[in-house]
Design a protein around this ligand. Structure first.
Ligand code: FE2
Length: 458
């Protein structure tokens, strides 16, 4: 009887159709307004280090890149760090490379990137930036040694921007103390929303995310809003602000560009791709990825995850099929190499796919329909960070069979890797408390346990 009541309640909440679930949750419609600049001031003190963020600094998680900005002088350009609990004389220094750039009528502050190397695994380090009364103190914890059954918890966020909704998303994630590193699927500051791409909004974004990004690594992919390509104002260098401000360890994976690279972290191999760089045959990104997949050893890192910006399986009318050309180029490799999950952004809503592939088609056989495929990834669109462009609430109807769950709400996701076979994935809409998962799934590893997950196509 109890089960019957629950069943009828579920029927009222969801529309069932040939595809998966289109949530009927109605998010109250309101404009997403950027947090005013004066709400995101620089820290107090002369030339205080600001916009502090960290990311992994090598291929295996024993290095950290610490990045920060000093607005008035290039000093001090070093980070002091020590293991938590260590005595005073165990403090170390790492010097930064300092850069700056001009963008139209904007001149950046001094942007510092210091690589701290040869850290111990699974240790909390304290680090300090600045001098005298402008000194600021932060901390991070290195990941466990890479290995097949190492649990690890990732947050996933996309298209964040810097609105009050963005803040709700980030605070919601921060209210979950379990997240250890953030996977960021591109479209960061949305500075290009402003006249002349007002790069002050890159500064305010850096201040906004510091409360998370200074304490745990943000593993970033580039989106279209990182392009800042504006020849009408003489800005012809794509990704100029992004690549000056956000460094990644691309050389450690033999990449020739910070826009595509890979890292190992705990039991996970993460490949980051660029939807807005060439990926046709013979291009640098194509050649790199072709060499990259054979390097993935599922005995060492069972979980294979890809981050990219423009989704391949998206049933929203916004940006519909924009990821198609990249899917055509790379999807067969993803299936052959049994990628577990692909996280994308770009579309400002949430969607989770079934395990499907569409690699049979050639220009004569007419086989152009996605089919269920146990070797295919689950595709997650998580472009629902809450940026200034608002929600994408116009789904295609009927819901296609590849779409398992979709909802036009802002939120973030959490991926809890338990061991080599199981991971627990949850999506959290902003209106709920952190413990509530609006969408959840036990994910089974494609190499070690390629069973069908409970949410599958009828
Ligand atoms: Fe985008």
């Amino acid at each position: 009887m109890h089960r019957l009541i629950i069943f009828f309640l579920l029927l009222q909440v969801f529309d069932f159709c040939n595809g998966g679930v289109t949530s009927t949750y109605i998010r109250k419609s309101e404009a997403s307004i950027d947090i005013p600049i004066e709400y995101l001031p620089p820290p107090p003190g002369y030339n205080s280090p600001e916009q502090v963020h960290i990311t992994q600094g090598d291929h295996i998680g024993r290095s950290v890149i610490v990045s920060w900005v000093t607005p008035l002088e290039s000093q001090s350009n070093y980070v002091t760090f020590w293991a938590e609990g260590a005595k005073h004389h165990h403090k170390h220094k790492a010097h930064a490379k300092t850069t700056s750039y001009k963008y139209y009528n904007y001149t950046s502050g001094y942007i510092h990137h210091a690589i701290i190397k040869r850290l111990k695994y699974n240790v909390t380090y304290i680090y300090q930036l600045g001098e005298h009364n402008s000194t600021r103190t932060f901390s991070f914890t290195t990941p466990p040694k890479v290995g097949p059954d190492v649990p690890y918890i990732f947050g996933i966020i996309g298209d964040l921007g810097q609105t009050f909704d963005s803040n709700q998303t980030l605070e919601h994630y921060l209210s979950n103390p379990k997240g250890q590193a953030m996977l960021v699927v591109g479209d960061l500051s949305y500075a290009d929303h402003y006249p002349f791409h007002d790069n002050v909004r890159w500064d305010t974004f850096g201040r906004f995310i510091e409360k998370s990004a200074a304490y745990q690594p943000w593993i970033t992919a580039a989106g279209n809003h990182e392009l800042d390509f504006a020849p009408e104002i003489g800005e012809n260098t794509p990704f100029k602000p992004y690549t000056h401000r956000y460094h990644v360890p691309y050389k450690a994976s033999q990449s020739t560009s910070p826009l595509w690279y890979s890292i190992k972290r705990a039991s996970t191999y993460i490949i980051v791709l660029s939807s807005y760089s060439a990926y046709g045959k013979y291009t640098p990104q194509y050649s790199w990825l072709e060499e990259e997949f054979p390097k993935v050893n599922r005995t060492e890192t069972p979980w294979l995850i890809v981050l990219l910006h423009s989704p391949w399986y998206n049933s929203n009318n916004y940006h519909y099929m924009e990821g198609e050309s990249m899917r055509v180029m790379f999807e067969s490799w993803f299936v052959q190499n049994k990628v577990d999950m692909v996280f994308a952004g770009h579309v400002h809503s949430y969607e989770r796919s079934e395990r499907v592939s569409n690699v049979m088609y050639n220009i004569t056989n007419g086989q152009s329909t996605p089919i269920e495929d146990p070797s295919a990834p689950i595709y997650i669109t998580i472009g629902d960070g809450g940026n200034i462009e608002g929600i994408a609430n116009n789904f295609t109807e009927p819901q296609p069979s590849y779409s398992a769950y979709r909802e036009a709400s802002f939120g973030h996701a959490v991926l809890e890797i338990k061991n080599r076979t199981h991971a627990y994935y949850t999506w959290h809409r902003n209106q709920d408390s952190e413990r509530v998962a609006a969408d959840s799934l036990w994910i089974y590893n494609r190499h070690w346990y390629p069973k069908k997950e409970s949410s599958s196509m009828a």
